[in-house]
Each structure stands twice: as C-alpha cells, then as structure tokens.
Design a protein around this ligand. Structure first.
Ligand SMILES: Nc1ncnc2c1ncn2[C@@H]1O[C@H](COP(=O)(O)OP(=O)(O)O)[C@@H](O)[C@H]1O
Ligand SMILES: [Mg+2]
Length: 288
C-alpha cells in the first residue's frame, strides 16, 4: 500500500468522525497521556484495542506512540512492521542497549509511531532480575522522548510479570480490554488488586482509566449478563462503547493494517472510532 493510499484512507476515517471533534482534539492539553493496555488474560483484545484506538486517535490529529511490550510482537505485525525492520526494539530499550528514539518506527499512518518488539523481549524478564531499577526501565527510558505525543499506548503481554510491571510504573492509568465471558470478573478483580498494589508500592498516580468490553456477542445471553455485572461493579469506569465480535477485525492484522484502514465502515471499526471519541470527550471534560 502506498503512502497516498494510506492518506486517502485516513481522510476517509476523518470524515467518519465529527469535524468539530477534530478541531478541538488537536488543541488537547500539554504532555502525553500514558496508558497501559493490560489484562493478564491472553486473547481478550489488548493488541486489537491498542492498534485501532491508536489509529482512530491519530486520524483525528493526535500524535500517538504505541509501545509493543509483548514478545509476540502482534502490535508490530498488525501495523505492518516487518521482522527485518525490528533491529532495535523494546528489548534493546529495556536492557539499555538503545534509546526509544533509536527504536522508534514511523508507521504508515501519519502521526502514529511504534516501538516494535521481538521475541528477544521474552528474555528481558530474566536478564533484568539483578538490574538496578528493573521495575522502572520503561519509565526512565521514556523521559525526554514521549513529551511530543498526546497519547502513549503500551500493549502489555498476557501476564503480570516484570514487563507488565514496567508498563504500570510508566503509565498514568490502565485501559482494560475485557471479554465478556464466564471468568471475566474474577480476572478483573485480580487485575484491580495488582493495580492497587503497584500504586501503593511503585506509582501512586496509577488508576484504572476505563474498561472496554470487547468481542461482544449480543446473541449470547452470557455476554449480556457479564456486561451488566461489570457495569454494576465498576460503574462509569466502563465505556459506553462496546466492541462487537466482527470478522473484519480479525482479518485486518494479516494485511499488516489496522481494521480502521482495512474497512473503516465495518461495525468493529466504527466501534473503535466511537471509543476514541468517548475517550477524548472524557479527557476534555476532565481538563475543563
Ligand atoms: N472485536 C473482535 N472481533 C473479532 N475478532 C477479534 C476482535 N478483537 C480481537 N479479535 C481477535 O481475537 C484474537 C485475540 O485478540 P488480541 O487483540 O490479539 O488479544 P490480546 O492482545 O489480548 O492477546 C486475535 O486473533 C484478534 O484478531
Ligand atoms: Mg496481544
């Protein structure tokens, strides 16, 4: 896909969004908002949410950085970063072999940059065990680099180990993708306890930004029941926007594209645009 085609697609995405929204968004406040996209369960939509939310935010003019902190590197692949292009990655950043500046890769979406990851990252947890400040490696590496962005989204691995801890100490808040299935609430309680512990021991400002219900199937009664339990439990921390199960969303990564560029009119893309707009509105009302 050429740069021009990408630009055309982005323009179309822009048209889907309300023009006023774009105006106000580009005037957002100082400094980045750093979000860890976390849930210790795999396959709940962390990477999909990271990629598509970031794309929607970039489409309305925000400068956005994705930090791929999962050794599987799905966010990097989903944004079309070839393995061969990942010479410097989050592994080198965490182990002090490279700076974020050196590892930064400009995605084909204007305004969206990514720090890719490789499977090397799976060794970092062990390698960092004896290293000073091992829980703050990402936070420290970010200083002086992330200020030019409005949003930084850290795509976490499916565990609560040292990598996720680095994301939680670097972040202001946690965005939790939650799949509405039987054990969802149990997993959520565990995650909340972890966030509380991290906030006491490492990062006092850490809090839950919001919970986004993913892969929602409205024909499934259990989905509906879990969704209403989660809303009862966490109230307005749960976004009104619900991401439906949508086949286009699962097809997009194999083309190295966000769903928003693969098919911006599909139900999944529309949902991510609506999530971005809900997030921007919340941020704006908080800033006011
Ligand atoms: N809304 C959705 N509809 C259909 N498939 C989805 C949706 N969200 C994610 N998927 C698919 O589910 C799988 C797991 O999603 P992913 O975002 O990789 O989860 P995680 O990062 O939490 O492991 C992927 O194959 C992805 O394409
Ligand atoms: Mg993932």
């Amino acid at each position: 896909m050429t740069e021009t085609e990408i630009m055309d697609d982005t323009v179309e995405v822009l048209e889907v969004l309300d023009a006023n929204e774009v105006q106000e968004t580009t005037n957002a406040g100082p400094g980045p908002q750093i979000l860890a996209v976390a849930n210790q369960k795999g396959g709940v939509g962390k990477t999909t949410t990271t990629i598509n939310l970031a794309t929607a935010l970039a489409a309305v003019g925000c400068k956005v950085l994705i930090v791929d902190l999962d050794p599987q590197g799905n966010a990097s692949t989903g944004l079309g970063v070839d393995r061969a292009q990942r010479e410097t990655s989050t592994y080198e950043v965490l182990t002090g072999l490279a700076t974020l500046e050196q590892a930064m890769f400009r995605s084909r979406i204007p305004g969206l940059d990514i720090i890719p990851s490789t499977v090397d990252l799976s060794g970092a947890e062990l390698e960092l065990v004896d290293v000073e400040n091992r829980s703050y490696r990402l936070r420290d590496a970010m200083k002086g680099f992330v200020e030019k962005y409005q949003y930084v989204l850290i795509d976490c691995p499916p565990s609560l180990g040292l990598l996720t801890l680095n994301a939680l100490t670097a972040a202001h808040s946690v965005l939790v993708p939650l799949q509405c299935e039987f054990f969802a609430l149990e997993g959520l309680s565990q995650l909340i306890r972890t966030i509380e512990r991290v906030s006491v021991a490492f990062n006092p400002e850490l809090h839950i930004e919001g919970v986004v219900l993913t892969m929602f199937d409205k024909r499934n009664n259990l989905s509906g029941q879990v969704a209403s339990d989660v809303r009862e439990f966490l109230g307005d921390k749960v976004y009104k926007t619900v991401i439906p199960r949508n086949v286009k969303i699962s097809e997009a990564p194999s083309y190295g594209k966000p769903a928003l560029l693969y098919d911006h009119e599909c139900a999944g893309s529309r949902a991510y645009i609506s999530l971005a707009s809900e997030m921007l509105k919340r941020d704006r009302s908080r800033a006011a």
